[in-house]
Design a protein around this ligand. Sequence first.
Ligand SMILES: [Zn+2]
Length: 204
Amino acid sequence: MSYHSELAELVAACHWIGAKGWCPATGGNMSLRLDTETCLVTESGKDKGSLSDTDFLKVRLADNGVADGRRPSAETGLHTLIYRLLPEIGAVLHTHSVNATVLSRAEKGTELSLSGYEMQKSLSGQQTHLDTVPIPIFDNDQDIDALAMRVADHHRRQPLIYGFLVRGHGLYCFGRTVAEARRHLDGLEFLFQCELTRRLLEAK
Ligand SMILES: [Zn+2]
């Protein structure tokens, strides 16, 4: 598959994410791996609902460097980290949805455990609602390098699979293709809404 068709799929995914309201006020950022050394990342400050393929910048995975002096998203360092840690990953979607933001604060621990939901099977490799899917939660940090170090440390102990939450901030999720990353995002957002609703009902 050429990167042009994957980029067209990513732009379509951005418009879908914008329509869902998961990236308000130009928040969030998306990326696509080009090869073992580079990826495309959304330019800073762009509305995800109206992105085009010229709103992506080519970034080096090794040092987050950009060739033409334009400014990539502030959180580029987490995208490049994911591509360095997980060679099979081809696309990363980072959203700021209400459900991811609130649930990552309501859960005080370092992990959100999802179990008992049929929709867990939207995540590649999950066969049954009886398993528990752990989604790590990292405390937010304006120092992206420091946050990236904590994510990398966690990955060495427990490899990342579908994504992770940043507390009070949002979700990073990924897949081998844009289509897989999009399915993981859709599935996780559904599961977050279920889990948040369940907790609200049980608290009454
Ligand atoms: Zn963010």
